[in-house]
Each structure stands twice: as structure tokens, then as C-alpha cells.
Design a binder for this molecule. Structure first.
Ligand SMILES: Cc1cc2nc3c(=O)[nH]c(=O)nc-3n(C[C@H](O)[C@H](O)[C@H](O)COP(=O)(O)OP(=O)(O)OC[C@H]3O[C@@H](n4cnc5c(N)ncnc54)[C@H](O)[C@@H]3O)c2cc1C
Length: 502
């Protein structure tokens, strides 16, 4: 069988099918794997991720995939999320001793960037999500309502919207609140913080992204398959309405008994002949799925300017700062003091270090990566404008950066980073099975129930592999169960006879 596209969707499908005894040939147009979640070497020799990627405790399929390909130990999980506003006020989210859904209550109550009224209004909306187990009736409409509308219906304060809902959801869904289907917005809170204690834990790779996928090639080749890089599919060969092969440059053709197209929906729409699009309603509406941008900014400073592994900024263009130098370090108690049971270092928000501060050790350069999701406003800005804007924000947030020299900087704009989870988008997302025999789809944009995430991409790959095996009369399940509800939620759902879902 043939898989086209070496992003997470194609890799997950390929590895699952290889595991089922299929000889998989995977074709990827670029010289490396990983698609939109990858890394490469800049001309000056620096390894960079196209953008920082994070996972969460609730991403059970991504975790399963990492285990299958032998890189699960390269993901470091953190229990504490730290937020900082321009006034230097710090808030954090961290599970306390109470069971779900009250485990975050302690850190939420002391979250200083929010007023009491903000917190009370957030609490009311959370109760509504809880009452309906993540599925309030007004998010079930096919045409969808926006998250902003959903929040307004629940009387959320401006502070709660700007400093809580927007902060979490723009990062999680890479879209503005007015363009997010409330179904996705509500689901984020149900899966990460309300239904269990560990869904919110954030996992960050400790190696460049592309290196996570080394094991995929091994898995596919172990079963007689191959991974072919720099192999761009240029077209489909159709015979009597059937898919008879795929075309490459120089009149090369390849055929197989089944095909999984694991491309971005925009690339698939260009590749598919009009006759194929019209023969399947799921393929006819790909152009209705819009895209949203994410911008990554990479800074190298001449000294250590940040002690925490990552930080969320409030009220700024920059949303996240990741301390790549620290994250790439070998495991140490510094990285996860919670796990190590150590007291936390306070974040330094005091004035800049005095000029007689001890000199930094030679070579103590620090590499930071900044993330701006739904970065529509940056698309038209020049590289230098973006660097100036973000550098000023970093220097405001991290006093030690004010005296540090910025050695170099890179900006990576991904204009089509994710599909936009706008209200009603699910109508246009096709299933993995198509009406054309032997043609299956994978990609974060297919019907997975999830937004555009690595978890969504892996789910789509597993679902495509399951559909293919079903069609060949050898069904198998790859999709993992969602994180089980725990604490009071488990007791409550248990009473109602609920079972784990996929
Ligand atoms: C900047 C950025 C930040 C993100 N941050 C996060 C995050 O923190 N957490 C998270 O969970 N998700 C994040 N995402 C989303 C996540 O990266 C994607 O949802 C996921 O990687 C999509 O995987 P995919 O396999 O569906 O598609 P892709 O990764 O796009 O894979 C498609 C593959 O097909 C290949 N291809 C295209 N055309 C052809 C052709 N004609 N022939 C052969 N090959 C072809 C492409 O080169 C690509 O490798 C982010 C995305 C971006 C861009």
C-alpha cells in the first residue's frame, strides 16, 4: 500500500499498517519527515523547530504513537503552567491535592492577573461545562456558534475573556474567539482541566522535532516497506473511475492495492481531478476549510535571560516563551521540580541585574523560542518589525534580557499552520473512507472530532488505517481511549453508567 505525506497523519497510518503486516511505501515531498511538526537546519547550522510544539496529558493517541516509534521518553511533562502580565503579576495553574474537577481550584483562586469578578464569571461558565459533561446543548448545533458568543451568553467579564479564555484558547486552537466553534472551545476545558487531574499536563519535546520520527522509518522498513523522501506526487491516475496509481515527475508511476492521502487539505484539493471531487461529497468542499497562521520567533542571547522552562505572557503579542536551551538539556531536577518534589525557584521580575552582577560563564548563550498563534496581524509585517516588537516584549517580561545582547534572530511565519476551527467547520471535514475504492484520507483536517493538533493528525492516521483494514476484511483498532475521568467526575459519571470514549 502507498501513503502519500510524511507528516504525523501519514506516519501514524504507515506505522499502524506496517504493524498489521502491510508493506508500506511512504512518499514525502520534502527531504525530512514531520510535515508541519518538524525541524530543520538553518544555513548557519542552527537546528530549529519550524515552531515549538507542545502536547497535553489528554492527547492519548499521540502518546501511543510516540511509544510505538520509541520516542515517548523524549517528551518532558510539566505540571505547572506559569503566566505573567505586563505589571509583573504572576499566575499559575497547577493541580493541588483535591480530586478533579477541584484540583486546579487552589491555583485559580490565587491567580492574581484576574479580579474576583472575572473568577466568579469563569466559575459559572465552568459549572455549565461540567453540568453537561463538556457538551452544553447550545454547542451541538451543526452550523455552530462562536466561542465568543458562547461566553457572552454566560455573561463573562472582559477581563475573563481577555486574560483567561482568549489566552488558553487562541494558543490551543490557533484562532480568535470569534472564529472558534464553541464546541471545540468547550471541549478543550472539559478534556484538559475538568474531567481529570492530568489532562492539562504539558509535554514538550526535549530534542528537535524531526528527530522524534527516526523510529517511523525503522518500523516501516522492518516490515519490508520503505520511506521515500524528495518524492512529490504530481497527480492521480484514474481508470474507469478507479484509482489506478499515482504520478511523480519524469513520467514515473507507482501503484498499490490501497492509497492513503495524508496531505494538507489545500494540497489534496489541487491534486484531485475535478471528476473525483464531484464523485464524493466529502471531497467537494475542501476549499471551504479555511486556514489560520502561527508565527515562531527564535532569539539567541549572549547570556542566560530566563530560568523557567516556559512562560505565557498576558496582554502582549508574544503568547509563549520557551527556554529551548533548558528544554534540550539532559533531564535534571531543575526541569520538573514538582516531579522532583523540590521547592520552585521564584521567577525574577525585579529590576535588571546591576552592572556589577557576576559575569556569565563563557558560552552560556540562551536560545528562546516565542510563539504567536492566530498571528494574522504579523503576516504583513517585516521580519525586522516582528523581531523589534517581540524583543521589546521579552525585555519587558524578563529583566535579565534588558542588558543581554541579541546575537541573532529568526522569524518563521506559517501562513497555513492549522485549519481554522470556525463555527460549523465539521460540515466540511471528510471521513477517512471515501467512495472511491482503495482511496483513504488522513490529515488533521479530516473528521477526528479534534482540532488541528498533533493528536488530531495521529487520530486521523489511525482512523485511516482502521478504515483500510475494515475494507480488506481484517479489522483492527488503533484508536486509543480518551483519558479516563477521575476524582468526583468519575464517581458522578460512574453513577450515570458512562464508559470510556474514543
Ligand atoms: C507553527 C505551528 C505550530 C503548531 N503548534 C502545535 C502545537 O503546539 N501542538 C499541536 O498539537 N499541534 C500544533 N500544530 C499543528 C500540528 O503541527 C498539525 O496539526 C499536524 O502536524 C498536522 O499533521 P498532518 O500529518 O495532518 O499534516 P502535515 O504535517 O501538513 O503533513 C502533510 C505532509 O504531506 C507532504 N506533502 C504535501 N504535498 C505532497 C505531495 N504532493 N507529495 C508528497 N508529499 C506531500 C508535506 O510535505 C507534509 O510532510 C502546529 C502547527 C504549526 C504549523
Amino acid at each position: 500500500m502507498i501513503v502519500i505525506g510524511g507528516g504525523l497523519a501519514g506516519l501514524a497510518a504507515g506505522v499502524a499498517l506496517a504493524d498489521s503486516g502491510w508493506r508500506v511505501r511512504l512518499f514525502e515531498q520534502r527531504p525530512f519527515l514531520g510535515g508541519r511538526a518538524t525541524s530543520y537546519v538553518l544555513p548557519d547550522g542552527e537546528h530549529v523547530d519550524n515552531c515549538q510544539h507542545v502536547t497535553f496529558g489528554c492527547c492519548t493517541n499521540l502518546e501511543d504513537f510516540y511509544r510505538r516509534v520509541g520516542c515517548a521518553d523524549k517528551i518532558k511533562f510539566f505540571d505547572r503552567l506559569l503566566l505573567l502580565d505586563p505589571q509583573g503579576r504572576i499566575g499559575q495553574f497547577q493541580a493541588g491535592f483535591l480530586p478533579a474537577p477541584f484540583h486546579i481550584l487552589g491555583s485559580f483562586a490565587s491567580f492574581s492577573p484576574l479580579s474576583l469578578w472575572d473568577k466568579l464569571s469563569i466559575g459559572r461558565a465552568m459549572l455549565d461545562i461540567l453540568r453537561y459533561q463538556g457538551k452544553p446543548p447550545d454547542v451541538q448545533e451543526v452550523a455552530g456558534i462562536s466561542m465568543l458568543e458562547w461566553l457572552r451568553r454566560r455573561g463573562q467579564t472582559q477581563g475573563a475573556i481577555n486574560r483567561f479564555w482568549r489566552v488558553v484558547l487562541v494558543s490551543a486552537l490557533s484562532e480568535e474567539l470569534e472564529r472558534i466553534d464553541a464546541r471545540y472551545g468547550v471541549d478543550v476545558f472539559w478534556k484538559t482541566v475538568l474531567s481529570n487531574r492530568t489532562g492539562y499536563r504539558m509535554g514538550v519535546p526535549s530534542i528537535p522535532l524531526a528527530e522524534l520520527y527516526d523510529g517511523c522509518k525503522t518500523e516501516i522498513e522492518r516490515r519490508g516497506g520503505e520511506v521515500l523522501l524528495r518524492s512529490s506526487v504530481r497527480g492521480l491516475k484514474m481508470e474507469n473511475g478507479q484509482l489506478a496509481g499515482v504520478r511523480f515527475d519524469e513520467a514515473r508511476e507507482e501503484s498499490a492495492d490501497a492509497y492513503i492521502f495524508a496531505l494538507p487539505h489545500t494540497a489534496l484539493a489541487e491534486l484531485l481531478p475535478e471528476s473525483v471531487k464531484q464523485s464524493d461529497p466529502g471531497l467537494a468542499n475542501l476549499d471551504k476549510i479555511k486556514v489560520s497562521p502561527i508565527t515562531g520567533v527564535h532569539f539567541w542571547f549572549d547570556r542566560t535571560v530566563m530560568d523557567e522552562p516556559f512562560l505565557t505572557l498576558l496582554d502582549t503579542t508574544t503568547q509563549w516563551i520557551f527556554n529551548k536551551t533548558l528544554l534540550y538539556e539532559e533531564p535534571s531536577s531543575d526541569l520538573d521540580p514538582v516531579a522532583a518534589g523540590l521547592p520552585r525557584r521564584p521567577l525574577s521580575t525585579s529590576s535588571p541585574a546591576p552592572s556589577n552582577a557576576p559575569p556569565q560563564p563563557v558560552g552560556a548563550h540562551q536560545y528562546l523560542q516565542l510563539v504567536i498563534s492566530a498571528s494574522y496581524d504579523l503576516l504583513q509585517k517585516s521580519r525586522q518589525e516582528i523581531i523589534d516588537l517581540c524583543l521589546a516584549e521579552v525585555r519587558q517580561a524578563l529583566p535579565k534580557a534588558r542588558q543581554a545582547e541579541l546575537l541573532k534572530a529568526t522569524v518563521i511565519k506559517e501562513a497555513a499552520a492549522t485549519f481554522s476551527p470556525e463555527p460549523g467547520v465539521d460540515r466540511w471535514r471528510p471521513k477517512q473512507e471515501t467512495s472511491i475504492p482503495g482511496l483513504f484520507l488522513a490529515g488533521d483536517w479530516t473528521q477526528t472530532g479534534w482540532p488541528a493538533t498533533m493528536e488530531g493528525a495521529v487520530r486521523s492516521g489511525y482512523l485511516a488505517a482502521e478504515a483500510l483494514l475494515r475494507a480488506h476484511g481484517t479489522p483492527r483498532t488503533f484508536l486509543q481511549l480518551d483519558l479516563a475521568p477521575d476524582g468526583f467526575i468519575q464517581m458522578w459519571l460512574g453513577k450515570q453508567g458512562s464508559e470510556g470514549t474514543r
